[in-house]
Design a protein around this ligand. Sequence first.
Ligand code: ZN
Length: 146
Amino acid sequence: MTGDVRPSADQETLPSPGTMLRRAVVRHCPRCGSGHVFRRWVLLAKRCPRCGYQFNREEGSSLGAYVINFAFTIGAVAILLVFFIVKAASDESVALAPWLIVGVVVALGVPAFCYPFSWMIWTAIDLMLHGGRFGPSRSPDHGRYR
Ligand SMILES: [Zn+2]
């Protein structure tokens, strides 16, 4: 485990927010840094195989990850739209169909690509918000995939 730690309300030590976010953007567990959290890119383990942190603790707790993923997607589509507007402003003969096809590919591909990053970024934010008070439990399905 790397990075500095800070005590939380329940005496558990968590990495600093910067460390958790750095781990999240490389698809590692923000809490312990384990890199075996996903299988086949999008299958998230119920719990971290190293520290046992439960990623989807309760119904609705994944909403933050979906919002982050949606923001990535909207951002990518908006950038594409800006490129199209700039191109169309300088060249009136620009064809719309290729841009629409690229837009559909971006709108479908970006959320699939960003899903694991969104989950880990949300997990880091969630840990920052609740300070790890919902720490690991010891259920028998430790580390299994959904
Ligand atoms: Zn972990």
